[in-house]
Design a protein around this ligand. Sequence first.
Ligand code: 4AZ
Length: 257
Amino acid sequence: MVRKVASLVTLAIVASVLSASQVGASAQDDARVVVGGDPAPQGKFPWMVRLSMGCGGALTAPRVVLTAAHCVAGSGDKSITVLGGVTDLKAKGAHTARSVKVVRAPGFRDETHGDDWALVKLDRELGLPTLSLGRAADEKGALTIMGWGQTSEASAQQQQKLRYASVPVVSDADCAAAYRKVDVNLVKNESLCAGKKGVDTCQGDSGGPLVRQKGSSWVQVGIVSWGLGCARKGYPGVYTQVSTFRDAIRSATRKLS
Ligand code: 4AZ
């Protein structure tokens, strides 16, 4: 958490320097609609869960949730409550469980340095479908983001109802060039960038999945990790590149199952 706060503060400073110094920060840049999207229909994303510290996650196994490393305190975090099976967090009939173990990516330092993934083992099966992990070939076209996070960079309010949106992939080269301007070095082989002005993930969406539809099912290609603000022109959201960590996540999931 301290790390998360520290790096978000860094990004916030970068953001304020940016808006103070850049000519292009016009009023229309304030119209940032995060998941720029729509309320998710019940059952559309059945493996999507909400973690009690305010992050998203997805089930990789009946008792295992994949989230971002920056969402969890460390490998001993046993205080997480997980809620799934509903789009409305206050709806009756939610499936709930508690964490019994957390495995954080061994190399994790903070979200801008890669390795931003973690697994949470639950005290019981949630009884919901699992989401499979994508390969590099799945990182193309329109992808889908979702979460209970803020619907604009300016409002600190989390959403009660799950929202989703479609976002385009942004090339590593374009994404790295954008973030280089604000002195952040994109870890290209561990990151996948997606989003466009007005459509993005935001605070509270971290840890949730970036997915691609394959026929009637979905595969996970990313984990919400970081970005400069939300839905800003030229600054796409940055996601942990699941294909890079596919084997590591699968073997860690197996060990926890
Ligand atoms: C966050 O703080 C966060 N626009 C998540 C995603 C993005 C920015 C911040 C990407 O959880």
